[in-house]
Design a protein around this ligand. Structure first.
Ligand code: G6P
Length: 368
């Protein structure tokens, strides 16, 4: 087993560090020599896509969090309405589906029972099934009309990391492809986002290089019992993933909420030294997010912000700031999640927890 860990202490840390390569592999498999997204091996035609009036994205756990970002991207770029649901709810709620529905299942293992059952439910109503899977030939992949593989390589740690970032890449590629086809995005925008994606492996590496800084932060905060993650726009979805990582392996009670919702309840929980991890990477929403940070800081919270390099303004209201490299708002989630994965990892490590096999959790849940 030690040999398989390639010199890392845990599979999770190894997989976190494999993300530049995993993202690169996933991207390059789907971009041709002319810099266009290619759907080789996928039977979905242009005509099929033109008949799609609605998309469902269904998944569980971390894959569901990737789906949330997919919804933002597809609706923005393709202007097709996207509904998203967790598989365990979708399969029992009599969803409105017909042959004009594209059903996207996201699953690292391709064996999650709820996701598979939701897929079967969608198929029985005539939906076309596209899946985003990491395991070639898995049940979800076999039962789909088409598969968009993430080329993350085997993921062993229960807490998913490289599967998530590669799922994000697939969601952006699908969104761009659909946006191009529906004529909602210009050639310039298409090229710009692809360029931003191609720059991601290097930028992920730059973010990973901050591991010592994040380990230090974990050393200060590991003994807390409660952590809140807040964000707006795509950051609210990344907040959910950061919170899940922390609770899964460190057993700290963590909670994620869209920052604008704080005032409707959660702000009541703010006390001096409450830890708030504030994701503030969206230029478009920065002023709104800044106000939320001011609100929690006014209650003496300990605010750890994640922001883009060059954003000095945030320092005034934050106890600490973790910077990610500059990039387009749209694709920040691929970077924003990296410090959150590292934070969860180091907190669990300092607490002495069984990082790769957290209690009560399974890598793949094949029962209901
Ligand atoms: C389990 C794992 C999670 C994973 C979820 C969905 O709960 O512990 O890490 O996100 O299943 O798994 P899937 O293989 O369908 O992506």
């Amino acid at each position: 087993e030690d040999a398989e860990k390639g010199g890392y202490e845990h599979f999770m840390l190894k997989e976190i560090h494999e993300q530049p390569k995993a993202v690169q592999d996933t991207l390059l498999r789907r971009i041709d020599d002319d810099g266009r997204i290619c759907l080789d091996g996928i039977s979905l035609t242009k005509e099929d896509l033109q008949n799609i009036t609605k998309i469902y994205i269904v998944a569980c756990g971390t894959a569901y969090h990737a789906g949330l970002i997919g919804k933002y991207a597809i609706e923005k770029m393709a202007r097709i309405p996207v509904e998203i649901d967790v598989a365990s709810e979708f399969r029992y709620r009599d969803p409105v589906i017909d042959e004009k529905t594209l059903f996207i299942a996201i699953s690292q293992s391709g064996e999650t029972l709820d996701t598979l059952a939701a897929l079967r439910e969608a198929r029985s109503h005539g939906a076309r099934i596209l899946s985003v899977c990491n395991v070639v030939g898995s049940s979800v992949a076999r039962e789909s009309d088409d598969v968009f593989y993430t080329w993350a390589g085997p993921e062993i740690a229960v807490a998913s990391t490289k599967a998530y970032t590669t799922q994000l890449v697939c969601m952006y590629l699908i969104a761009l492809y659909l946006g191009d086809l529906t004529g909602n995005i210009s050639r310039e925008y298409y090229d710009h986002i692809l360029e931003e994606l191609l720059a991601m492996p290097d930028k992920i590496q730059q973010t990973l290089d901050k591991a010592p800084e994040i380990e230090e932060l974990a050393r200060h905060l590991y003994n807390r019992t409660q952590v809140f993650f807040i964000g707006r726009g795509v950051d609210s979805a990344v907040a959910l993933e950061g919170s899940l990582k922390l609770k899964e392996i460190s057993y700290i009670n963590s909670f994620a909420i869209a920052a604008g919702e704080l005032k409707h309840g959660t702000i009541a929980l703010m006390e001096p030294e409450t830890i708030v991890i504030a994701l503030a990477t969206q230029d478009r929403l920065f002023e709104k997010m800044y106000s939320n940070i001011v609100e929690v800081k006014a209650r003496m919270a300990h605010v750890v912000s994640v922001a883009k390099e060059g954003n000095d303004k945030i320092e005034a209201e934050s106890t600490e700031v973790i910077y990610i490299p500059q990039c387009d708002d749209e694709v920040t989630p691929i970077l924003t999640v990296i410090p959150l994965q590292l934070f969860a990892y180091y907190v669990a490590k300092i607490k002495g927890e069984d990082i790769d096999k957290p209690r009560n959790l399974a890598k793949s849940v094949t029962v209901e």
